[in-house]
Design a protein around this ligand. Structure first.
Ligand SMILES: Cc1ncc(COP(=O)(O)O)c(C=O)c1O
Length: 451
């Protein structure tokens, strides 16, 4: 038994129980994992539906051009549908989106135009304006406009909602879902509330979007809007796909909390999901006090983690934004039992220095004169010198001095220290708040990174 084409694999995605992150919650928490769709996101559902409705309404004919503003996932769904049904695709997107998302769209035959993120929607450079302009210029083209095209929410009313109802055997009490165009949350909620009006629908938003304030006040307050790095959800206007009457609560999540939770979902539940899945579950965790025993919560996980490997799944990216707690020089010093720095004076003899190395089990000794760092002695350097001239043992340290170790700030991140320590330089120094020097060696850095 085979399928006629890839579009027939859209939908009927699995519902998977979360067992670790949510173990202290009184409720059963289930994830509707929509990265199992062929384009790796839930948006395949609405992309196909929007195309089918446009065809039925005569808005586009085979061989025509699909035009859309998309952060990647809708584009992927439309591109797959276009390949199977014989259309061209032109997508406009913003420069905030992952490069991977854009390359993936190109891989499935789409043309992608990247536009600036931080301009008003009605600015002629915005990705909305450019899409509209292209649609007016290219014959037999149609701008799908996922924001205001109600076929978007219809797809979820017809597929996502019924699947969730069936998979939970009608036991769902809460739907938790990130909200962008509003298609997923509204369409799914419309169906579920028809089945059981008591089901609570919690929409998850990001700080920097105006949706939450609009939900509470009916005001589209542009003061709420600021750039954010979360992808796929949150808006700076209210798309037509929303019917706020089927949503019971809006909850905002920070970029940092969403990203950290996405990483936990991968590590603790084995589900390698996108950024918004992290934000979705984080939103639920922020609301956990509202849950009680017997509740059955369904979180929608929109897309797959592979599109975010250069972002939330990249430690450097996370650290640059302050999303990961970074260990520093200071942390290494604080975790040590002995805090005293072993130093030598310029007049200390080489044999005394070797004794100190043996006694304290160290390889690097800074040389200090009148409180000033004047150089260093290292086991490696001494070995070379004693080997070629055994007499040197009686010499003073100042005669065999090596360059002083670099001095850095006390709170320098360990990652940065690892760049300063190399074959010519085995240690780094920093002064603490009291003005005392401390040392960090290659061994300390390796140990701290391995923890
Ligand atoms: C990854 C991701 N999460 C969440 C959403 C929000 O879904 P909706 O636009 O249906 O509100 C989208 C929509 O593009 C998305 O791509």
């Amino acid at each position: 038994m085979w399928l006629n084409n890839v579009l027939e694999t859209i939908g009927n995605t699995p519902m998977i129980q979360l067992n670790k992150i949510t173990k202290d919650l009184p409720a059963t928490v289930l994830a509707k994992v929509d990265y199992f769709n062929p384009g790796n996101s839930i948006k395949d559902r609405m992309a196909l539906k929007m195309l089918e409705v446009a065809e039925q309404e005569g808005k586009i004919k085979t061989g025509g051009t699909i035009i859309e503003c998309t952060s990647g996932n809708t584009g992927m769904g439309l591109a797959l549908a276009a390949v199977v049904k014989g259309y061209k695709c032109i997508f406009t997107t913003t420069d905030k989106q992952s490069k991977e998302k854009i390359d993936i769209l190109k891989a499935v035959g789409a043309e992608v135009i990247v536009c600036p993120t931080n301009v008003e929607p009605d600015d002629p450079r915005s990705y909305y304006s450019i899409a509209k302009k292209l649609a007016s210029e290219i014959p037999n083209s149609y701008h799908f406009n996922q924001y205001d095209n109600l076929a978007n929410r219809l797809a979820h009313y017809e597929t996502t909602g019924p699947e969730i109802w069936e998979q939970t055997g009608g036991r769902i009490t809460h739907l938790v879902c990130t909200a962008g165009t509003g298609g997923t949350v509204t369409g799914t909620a419309m169906y579920l509330k028809e089945k059981n009006p008591d089901i609570q629908v919690w929409a998850i938003d990001v700080y920097g979007s105006l949706l939450t304030k609009f939900f509470h006040t009916g005001e589209t307050d542009m003061n709420e809007v600021h750039p954010y790095v979360s992808e796929g959800f949150g808006e700076d206007f209210v798309p037509e796909n929303y019917d706020m009457s089927v949503i019971d609560h809006f909850e905002q999540v920070t970029d940092k909390d969403g990203a950290i939770m996405a990483r936990r979902i991968a590590k603790e539940e084995g589900l390698f999901c996108g950024y918004s899945a992290g934000s979705c579950l984080q939103g639920l965790m922020q609301l956990k006090s509202k849950l009680k025993g017997g509740d059955v919560v369904v979180c929608i996980f929109h897309d797959h983690g592979s599109r975010y490997v250069a972002k939330i799944y990249n430690d450097q990216w996370m650290m640059e934004r302050g999303f990961l707690d970074v260990k520093s020089f200071k942390d290494i010093v604080s975790s040590r039992q002995s805090k005293r720095l072993v130093t030598a004076a310029p007049t200390t003899t080489v044999s005394e220095t070797v004794e100190m190395m043996k006694k304290f089990d160290i390889e690097h000794i800074p040389v200090i004169s009148n409180g000033e760092l004047i150089g260093a002695i290292s086991e490696g350097g001494l070995f070379q010198k004693i080997f070629s001239n055994p007499e040197i043992k009686q010499a003073q340290v100042q005669e065999v001095l090596e360059p002083a170790f670099p001095v850095v700030a006390f709170d320098t991140p360990v990652e940065r220290l690892s760049h300063l320590i190399n074959k010519d330089n085995g240690a780094v120094l920093a002064k603490d708040e009291k003005g005392d020097y401390h040392i960090v060696t290659k061994y300390d850095v390796i140990q701290s990174l391995a923890k």
